[in-house]
Each structure stands twice: as structure tokens, then as C-alpha cells.
Design a protein around this ligand. Sequence first.
Ligand SMILES: *Cc1c(COP(=O)(O)O)cnc(C)c1O
Ligand code: SF4
Length: 347
Amino acid sequence: MRRTHLLISERAMIPNTSELRQVPTWQSQLARAINDPVELLAAVGLGEEWLPAARAAARLFPLRVPREFVARMRQGDPHDPLLRQVLPLAEECLTAAGFEADPVGDLAAMAVPGVLHKYQGRVLLTVTGACAVHCRYCFRRHFPYADANPAADQWRTALEYIAGDNSITEIILSGGDPLTQSDRRLSQLVRSLESIPHLRRLRLHTRVPIVLPDRVNEEMLAWIRCTRFKTVIVLHINHAREIDHSVRSMAKALKAAGVELLNQSVLLRGVNDSPETLASLSEQLFEVGVLPYYLHMLDRVQGAAHFEVTDSVAKSLMRELSKRLPGYLVPRLVRELPGMPGKISVM
Ligand SMILES: *Cc1c(COP(=O)(O)O)cnc(C)c1O
Ligand code: SF4
């Protein structure tokens, strides 16, 4: 946001060229994201011994990480908690019993293309398959997005479905990551949704503002400010070190626009599986105006077994966390299972 503000004042001073308008900074940042393991290893100061595995694993699920996020990683540390979330490792090529391609039953819950209706009162729209960052543990790594993303004209079917069920009061824009899409596309979708009278809340599940805080620019804030919906943004931060000054400014701007900010994390071995790390995350979130919402048990997706934390370890972590923090800073430990009416509390 700091840089965005700078850009806006620069624009005020220089003649507004169409080039400046067509290429907002976040879109060029997104286009410049690192997708070559050689480049990532060089950027974090790691040697070539990591390369063959990174290449092999990146063939299963491509590497993708914005430079702005890489800049928050420690140099020369293969165990850096931010790096571990994005660096393809040899372990991803192993198969593990019980780890599947669609562990949460998304394909069965697709009501019409692009609409996941699993829980009462809320539906999730898979706005896009694209993400700004590819998280190695993600359950969507095998998701057939091509079948799930309605082109602009096909939203009609989704809108008809939602309009025809007045028990639905909340729309969740997800994906992929909805904030990889242009504000024009998003605001058009939100405007169409606003014409459905029984909808009251709009929620976005996104990680883009963490890896690319500049995404939250004036154009986005403009449609957020003027929607009739109560708006909630659920961010995805796994470690306190993901929060830097640019994330802080981004969160402040969203709060000022009237957005409720929540966070969901995934409990990941080697990233955030200690009471100190989780407590520090909750405290840093609160500092920037975000409340912890869910701490997810890993979805058992092929290629992510090395991130798994067992139930008993997770429960003892939560007991320790509850001792250290006020109740409102303790996220709910949950798991998602196919066919259940909501996320399942693990304790
Ligand atoms: C997780 C999820 C939601 C949201 O659940 P909440 O408990 O309301 O946060 C809604 N729909 C689908 C399909 C989901 O996977
Ligand atoms: S859907 Fe979320 S967790 Fe999965 S790769 Fe995209 S940003 Fe990461």
C-alpha cells in the first residue's frame, strides 16, 4: 500500500498515460513472480543440491512465488518457514497411504459449474484457478480448475442457482485466489450478486494481499467501499514473519474501508508447529487488526504428507496455546471432511 500511495501521487503529478492505467503495479508484480527453481534458490542463497528435487516436484505442481514474498525469507536457510511453503521438495514425489487427489470432496459438492454448496446458508464460488503463490501443501494442487471456472458469460448459471435458493445469505469468493482477477471482473460479479435480495454477506478467501500487498489498491477499495454487502476477508497467513510493514498498511486500508479481517492458517510441520510460533502469529495478527479464525489440519492431498502434524500433537499444541493467549486470539482447530455439514472441530 505504501508503494501504491506513492504511485497514486506520482500519477497525479505526471500526465496519466494509458500505459500506466493498463498495467497496475500488482499485475506486473504477478507477472514477474518466480517460477524457475534456479531463480528461487539463487534469490534465497541456497546451493544447487536442492535443484534436482525442486525441478522434479515442480513438474507435479509448478513453482510460483512473488518476489515481494521471497524478500521476507532468510538468506541461506533451507528451513525458513516462508521458503518451506513454496519450495518444491523431493518428498512431494512420494506417495503416502490415505493421501488423495480430492481429499475434501469438492468435485461431489459442485452444484453447478463454479458453485460449491456444501454448507447451509453459504456457497463458495471458484472464481478462478489461478493463485499468486503455489503453496506446496495446498489441497487444490490436483483440482481440475478448467472444468470449474465459468467464463464470464457462464456466471448466469451460477447466479440463477443462487437466486433460486433463498436459504443462501453469504457468498464466498474463492478459487484459486479471487484477487488474481481484475477489479473490473470482480466488481461486475459483485454487482450481479447484489441484485439477489437474500444475499447479505460477501466473503473473500485470499492469500494475494499477503504475498502482494499492493494488490489492495484504490481500485479495489472503491468497489469494496460501495458494496451493500457486509464484507469479510479471510486472509491466509501461516507464520508471523509473513507480516511486514506492507502487510500492515494493506490491513489498515481494508479496515478503513469497513472490512472485517480474519485469518486462517494451515498447521504445517516445519513451518508453524510450535506453541511459540502459533502464539506469535496470533499476536502479530492482532497488532495489524486481524483476528485468528481457523487453524486447519492439513488436507490429506497427494504430495503433502511431509507437512502433516498428527492429531495428538495438534491437540497438545492447542492446549499450550490456550494457556498462553486470551481466548479471542486462539484459532479454532478444524478439519474438513467430505460430506460433513461444516468444518469439524478437532478439539
Ligand atoms: C470452508 C468452506 C466454507 C466456509 O466455511 P465456514 O465454516 O463458514 O468458514 C464454505 N463452503 C465451502 C465449500 C467450504 O469449503
Ligand atoms: S488456493 Fe490458497 S493455499 Fe492453495 S495454492 Fe492458492 S493461495 Fe496457496
